[in-house]
Design a protein around this ligand. Sequence first.
Ligand code: IMP
Ligand code: MG
Length: 176
Amino acid sequence: MRLNATPLYTPDQIQARVEALAGEIRRDYAGRDLVVLAVLKGALFFTADLVRAMAREVEVDCVRARSYAGTASTGDVRFTLLPEIPIAGRHVLVVEDILDTGRTATALLARLGEERPASITVCTLLDKPTRRVVPIEADYVGFTIPDHFVVGYGLDHDERHRELPGLWTLAPERDE
Ligand code: IMP
Ligand code: MG
């Protein structure tokens, strides 16, 4: 699949939004200890930019989810990586690339909740609310978008395009 001719969001637009979100998070967590959990691999670049723009001390760790098609409303989401640092009694911010059906984030919040953190919030770069299967809302949203498949800035299509500094939609294939 090809990329559309113009980006959905340019690197400058993304960085401006990341800085605004980082400012909001910094204010909301002022004076509190904070653990930031990046959901691999999609949130890798977003998390790196977000924590640096926060300009405060944080602890960073990663989680990784794998989802299988399932009939249950939450699908079948399994975690192949969970945080190594203790999160019990601590404030946790989960950083996602995109909230689509909501299955991954819902399953992740349930799993992390078992560790008894003091609080958990979700920050997602992109939100596709029209695709939601499980009702979940992020506390911090970079961009709310319609139901288009998006790549770049960490998001992939079959592992391609994660390295693009902007966000792009894919063009439908044409027969030539
Ligand atoms: P969920 O459907 O909310 O559980 O989202 C699961 C995962 O699907 C996300 O973390 C992404 O990795 C992937 N995904 C959903 N929509 C897109 C998209 O538009 N581009 C790239 N990946 C996507
Ligand atoms: Mg993916």
